[in-house]
Design a protein around this ligand. Structure first.
Ligand code: SAM
Length: 352
């Protein structure tokens, strides 16, 4: 059955549905869900991510992970976990870079958290030269220090939206009008349990992802018990205010309610909330840095220099323009933010 029909039937039976339910169906419906049914990533897909743009992204993240391990963990096994690795490109570039500089007394132990069977199959093909363990639940992480990488992962998790009215918060829901999907505000006042819902003015929208909170909190608990670090790189804001939900199809923005299941749905990560959760658990949270600063401090221009040493000027130009896309303030350089969470106040490369 078409996703749109399924959603309309559901609304007819039980009334307006929450945005997170709408997103869950659009993205994960077993039959026609976005992540289960088509090639989503890369030039041929709907959107392109940093590791798909330039190999230097994964290489630098890999070397960042190795540096963290050598400084703060320094065990024989380096455990790296990636959350939602898409086509597996970051892990390929990261492990290749690590293997080039590592001395052989280290073992690389790679774990992947992935929900899409279509992408798991692709990852198995693309990562066939690396030993990888796939998990479907963050609680299945092995019980040792993990370097956890989340690039454009949290932005893909379903959210709810709440709009501030005179009397309090109202949940934004999806309903139907004249046979068409549309948004509605629930009349009932919604009483938040979280302190992030204080100090807003009438008309403000706030987004809240229970899945993000659950996965992030589980990772924090793992860090408390076993040490390690979480590196989050994502579209995001630090104010925590605003409607940031977006639909992207074939590299173009679309209406969120148009052709459900055919577009990628994502929202900006609320870094303020992540910081608050980790700080309450007495973890150390780095400053929120722009991707541009992070990559420049990690040496992306030096890497470009070495990549372009013995290549034609056409290839050199192509490599330079890919890197420009990652660090340009008008492109991904400032829209994407980076934070790390770890046990103690540590000097973290690119984030201090
Ligand atoms: C936007 S893509 C990012 C891909 C990759 N990190 C990159 O930078 O190219 C989101 C990834 O997260 C995965 N994902 C989304 N929700 C998930 C969930 N709840 N559990 C596990 N993986 C999930 C998707 O299947 C996909 O691999």
């Amino acid at each position: 059955m078409q996703i749109e029909t399924k959603i309309k039937d559901l609304i007819e039976k039980s009334g307006p549905i929450s945005l997170s339910r709408y997103m869950e169906i659009c993205l994960w419906d077993e039959e026609n869900g976005y992540y289960n049914s088509k090639e989503v990533l890369g030039e041929k897909g709907d959107f392109i991510t940093s590791p798909e743009i330039s190999q230097t992204f994964g290489e630098l993240v890999g070397l960042w992970a190795l540096n963290f391990h050598q400084q703060f963990i320094n065990k024989k096994r380096i455990c790296i976990t990636e959350l939602g690795p898409g086509r597996g490109t970051l892990l390929n570039d990261a492990t290749r870079a690590i293997s080039k500089v590592i001395n052989e007394q280290f073992d690389l132990d790679i774990t992947v958290l992935e929900k899409s069977q279509t992408l798991i199959n692709l990852q198995k093909e693309n990562l066939n030269s690396i030993n990888v363990r796939w998990i479907s639940d963050i609680k299945k992480l092995s019980l040792e220090p993990q370097i956890i990488i989340a690039n454009e992962f949290f932005d893909a998790l379903p959210i709810n939206q709440y709009v501030r009215g005179n009397e309090g918060w109202h949940e934004k829901k999806v309903t139907t009008k004249n046979g068409k999907l549309c948004f509605t505000l629930n009349n009932k006042i919604w009483v938040p349990s979280d302190s992030i819902f204080s100090n807003f003015k009438v008309g403000d929208t706030i987004e809240y992802s229970e899945q993000t909170i659950r996965i992030f909190s589980n990772i924090c608990d793992h860090l408390i018990q076993y040490d390690g670090v979480l590196l989050v790189i994502d579209y995001g804001n630090v104010s925590g205010i605003g409607d940031t939900l977006q639909a992207v199809n074939n590299h173009d923005f679309k209406d969120i309610l148009e052709k459900p299941g055919q577009s990628d749905l994502s929202s900006h990560v609320n870094f303020k909330l992540l910081k608050e959760i980790a700080s309450k658990k007495n973890l150390y949270v780095s400053k929120v840095k722009e991707q541009q600063i992070f990559l420049l401090e990690l040496g992306i221009m030096e890497r470009l220099k070495s990549l372009t040493k013995n290549v034609s000027s056409a290839i050199a130009q192509k490599l330079a323009s890919e890197i420009k896309r990652l660090i340009d303030p008008d492109k991904m350089g400032t829209l994407f933010k980076v934070i790390a969470v770890t046990k103690n106040d540590r000097h973290l490369e690119g984030l201090s």
